[in-house]
Design a protein around this ligand. Structure first.
Ligand SMILES: Cc1cc2nc3c(=O)[nH]c(=O)nc-3n(C[C@H](O)[C@H](O)[C@H](O)COP(=O)(O)O)c2cc1C
Length: 133
């Protein structure tokens, strides 16, 4: 399994992660759950109407944190908007519960993938492990 696959698997198994953005000099954080690995890119999903989307548009630098089985993972990087319809369809197929809230042509559903990502796996017992993708 390569680095990005390990990161996606950890986040999927953790189920919930916390996505931090910045708004001016104020950090903002909220729970997220969407994750998709497609064509070598790690995607998350949000709605363009949300403040989180507006914060990312103004400053694409984000960090997420997920926790599972005594280990935590942080992924820092920039998010890039991808308006491809097939990516939206793939997200809805991977997480069908989203279908009640989003559809590929609703003008709201937004797919974002990580660029220049630094992912760090940490625990209380082992040295941190850093991977990049
Ligand atoms: C467990 C959980 C998972 C969530 N996953 C997502 C997600 O993947 N994408 C999303 O846009 N909102 C998700 N939400 C909702 C956001 O946390 C919520 O809309 C939040 O208010 C967005 O941040 P904002 O208010 O700064 O825009 C999730 C909420 C919960 C409780």
């Amino acid at each position: 399994m390569d680095a990005i696959e390990r990161v996606c698997k950890f986040i999927s198994e953790a189920e919930t992660y916390y996505l931090a953005t910045v708004e001016g000099d104020q950090p903002r954080v909220r729970p997220f759950g969407t994750i998709l690995l497609r064509d070598g890119k790690l995607y998350i999903e949000t709605g363009k109407v949300k403040n989180v989307s507006k914060q990312i548009a103004a400053n694409p630098k984000v960090e997420l944190c997920a926790f599972k089985d005594g280990k935590w993972l942080r992924v820092a990087g920039e998010l890039v908007n991808d308006d491809s319809r097939d990516v939206k369809v793939a997200m809805l197929e991977a997480m069908p519960s989203l279908k009640g809230m989003y559809s590929p042509d609703d003008g709201n559903m937004q797919m974002l993938y990580f660029k220049n990502a630094v992912a760090t796996f940490s625990s209380f017992t082992e040295a941190p492990e850093e991977v990049r993708f």
